[in-house]
Design a protein around this ligand. Structure first.
Ligand code: PMP
Length: 411
């Protein structure tokens, strides 16, 4: 046995996830693609089902019973999210359709209003395309400049490099909490202090952060924090943008439509208060309520307990895969979480994924929507195994023996 034994009831947790009982090509499903999208516990599936079976209507519109019920559940979900990340006010939680839309909202609203040709944005080389392209689109509209913080060979992103690139010209510093390829945890609190000292706002892509560790946005001090429901065991089609109330209050709407107005005439329209100003149209109602159920599910297990279990599992997996000759890890930063990306000398990442899929092992292969990072490590693509709270050492063992088989095939 490698590592310490942790009292964490993985068997009963696995029982909560109906899909894990499915067989793939007659084999046990070994799901190692949670960083792509996590599976859903029956508590979440039931919550969504309940909405459609018993409590469904549009929100905030009708004066009838069903609409009141649905609206109450939808707002309860907002409160759960606010508590989950310790936002000071519920109105600081904007529901979107995912991390991607949350970041686009900031770029299109805050960005268009506040940036011009003299201004700069700081990103890192470790970003997902979702945290690169919205800023490029902004740059193309307002003429600002983008500076990129480098990543070292271990996948560490150094504070000194942020210090070097953040200046009085910087208006936005946007980076991931956790890299979806490297698993590196970035120094959010420290970078935020540097950014604020220069008058810049901080936007965190928390898609891979919030699922692996407790997040306290007030303690981190960040201005915006974005994440999606589907990676925290909740439904797809729902995302969150946390923003500080004072900033959101003075930002223009991102989209126009029903639900986000106070008064409308053909001459002039006035906006609704937060959070409605940023939630035009019918929102993802059942999905938001499902996200609330996912948060309850994680809280009931305990966020620290989940984090501790996953760290132990990652340690075990790292040691297990280190024993495979010709396997090279991408991302070995100290304190990394959740993902193991690698290449193998003997086979292409896509071939590896296709071959081990025959054994029921689901991993991701490709550029992981991080083409600049692939370029940085001089690889066209990588294979990635990523872990969730339902994975076990048995999953890791099956992964390792399947990779040994790949070596045999290409011998
Ligand atoms: N950022 C990171 C780091 C991600 O891993 C992902 C999902 N692969 C995204 C952004 C996009 O998230 P969403 O699917 O919620 O838009």
């Amino acid at each position: 046995m490698i590592g310490k034994t942790i009292p964490f009831d993985a068997a009963s947790i696995r029982n909560d996830f109906p899909i894990l009982k499915e067989e793939v090509r007659g084999k046990r499903l070994v799901y190692l693609d949670s960083a792509g999208s996590a599976q859903k516990p029956k508590q979440v599936i039931d919550a969504v089902k309940h909405v459609y079976e018993a409590e469904y209507s549009n929100v905030h519109r009708g004066l009838h019973y069903m609409s009141e019920q649905t609206s109450a559940r939808y707002e309860e979900a907002r409160l759960k999210v606010a508590r989950f990340i310790n936002a000071e006010f519920e109105q600081e939680i904007i529901f979107t359709k995912g991390t991607t839309e949350s970041i686009n909202l900031v770029a299109n609203s805050f960005g268009i209003k506040n940036l011009g040709p003299e201004d700069e944005i700081v990103l890192t080389w470790a970003e997902h395309h979702s945290n690169i392209i919205p800023w490029q689109l902004l740059r193309d509209q307002v003429g600002c400049k983008i500076n990129v913080v480098p990543v070292d060979d271990d996948g560490v992103i150094r504070l000194e490099e942020f210090e070097r690139l953040i200046s009085k010209k910087t208006k936005i510093v946007a980076f991931c909490h956790v890299s979806n390829v490297l698993g590196t945890v970035l120094p959010v609190k420290e970078v935020t202090k540097i950014a604020h000292a220069h008058g810049a706002v901080v936007v965190i892509d928390g898609a891979q952060g919030v699922v692996h560790m407790p997040v306290d946005v007030q303690d981190l001090g960040v201005d915006f924090y974005a994440f999606g429901g589907h990676k925290v065991y909740g439904p797809s089609g729902i995302g969150v943008l946390y923003g500080k109330r004072d900033l959101l209050n003075v930002m223009p709407p991102y989209q126009g439509g029903g639900g986000m107005i106070n008064t409308v005439t053909f001459d002039k329209t006035t906006w609704a208060d937060l959070p409605d100003k940023f939630e035009a149209g019918t929102p993802p109602i059942a999905q938001a309520i499902g996200l609330g159920a996912a948060i309850d599910y994680m809280n009931n297990i305990g966020l620290n307990k989940i984090a501790e279990y996953e760290v132990d599992l990652l340690e075990y997996a790292t040691q297990r895969l280190s024993g495979i000759e010709g396997l090279n890890f991408i991302g070995t930063a100290p304190g990394k979480v959740s993902v193991l990306s690698f290449t193998m000398d003997c086979a292409h990442p896509h071939d590896i994924a296709t071959i081990i899929d025959q054994n029921g092992v689901a991993v991701r292969a490709g550029h992981h929507c991080a083409q600049p990072l692939m370029e940085r490590f001089d690889i066209p693509s990588a294979t990635r195994a990523s872990f969730g709270l339902y994975n076990t050492r048995e999953d890791v063992d099956i992964l390792a023996t399947s990779l040994e088989k790949v070596k045999e095939i290409f011998k």
